[in-house]
Write a protein that binds this ligand. Structure first.
Ligand code: PEP
Length: 256
């Protein structure tokens, strides 16, 4: 597993140009933590401005279409994301799976389209509360990993660290409820086993992030947990103060 933790902010459908000042503050602060890989996924409308201003952090998209171009009103393709400065894209977020009916095979196709366009990919998986309560969490998530990850052929030429899996229990997203650390460790181990089954040794470079109500208070414990390679952060990434506290929990500040 790559040594540097990966801390990714997902702004979802939040942010107008007035928020660029916040992004610049995050970028300046991230530069003080060279051992932490920091990235932000703003809404499509801000990607180019973000990417042009960012010095220390990567800019990404929150979704892409499977096709490179064509008659798909309102959609954005992976080459378009790359063209405006994105270097990665999140696919399969539970809000896309729920709001847009996205299934595992579509998520896989999106991940492969992103790789074709030269983007890194974060593939999101996670169980609902009903699935957890029914004792099915690990089976559900393992199946999502098996069916949503890009194929071994698609990642053959990809540099280590360009693909990540984000484990985000649906019931923990935006709710303030965080998974127990021991449950996170168990699920990350299950996901790691599926990644190894899919990719063999090549899978060692795939980071597994935790996401779901990560904040300044709980980040250190989650990031220190066995198998956790970083965090995907929604609400707490919208303000520099809270996001930088999470970055600080992931690494050591350099002395200038
Ligand atoms: C997310 O949407 O990816 C997320 C983890 O959101 P939050 O941190 O707000 O729970």
């Amino acid at each position: 597993m790559p040594a540097s933790p990966y801390i990714v902010g997902n702004w979802k459908m939040n942010g107008t140009r007035a928020m660029l000042a916040e992004a610049r503050a995050i970028d300046r602060a991230a530069a003080r933590y060279p051992g932490v890989q920091v990235a932000l996924a703003p809404p499509f409308t801000l990607i180019q401005s973000f990417a042009e201003a960012a010095q220390a952090i990567a800019t990404g998209g929150q979704d892409c279409h499977v096709a490179a171009k064509g008659a798909h009103t309102g959609d954005i393709s992976a080459p378009m994301l790359a063209d405006c400065g994105a270097t990665f894209v999140i696919v399969g977020h539970s809000e896309r799976r729920k709001d847009h009916g996205e299934n595992d095979s579509l998520v896989k196709a999106k991940a492969e389209a992103a790789i074709d366009a030269g983007l890194g990919v974060i593939v999101c998986v996670g169980e609902t509360l009903e699935e957890r309560d029914a004792g099915k969490a690990e089976a559900v998530v393992s199946k999502q990993v098996d069916k949503s990850l890009p194929s071994a052929e698609a990642i053959a030429e990809l540099a280590p660290g360009r693909i990540s899996v984000a484990y985000e229990p649906v019931w923990a997203i935006g709710t303030g409820r965080v998974a127990e650390v021991e449950d996170v460790i168990a699920m990350h181990a299950a996901i790691r086993a599926r990644i190894t089954a899919a990719y063999g040794d090549k899978g060692d470079g795939v980071r597994i992030l935790y996401g779901g109500s990560v904040n300044a208070e709980n980040a250190a414990a989650l990031l220190a947990a066995e198998g956790v390679g970083g965090a995907l952060v929604g609400g707490a990434s919208l303000a520099a103060e809270s996001f930088v506290a999470i970055i600080a929990a992931a690494g050591t500040e350099s002395v200038a």
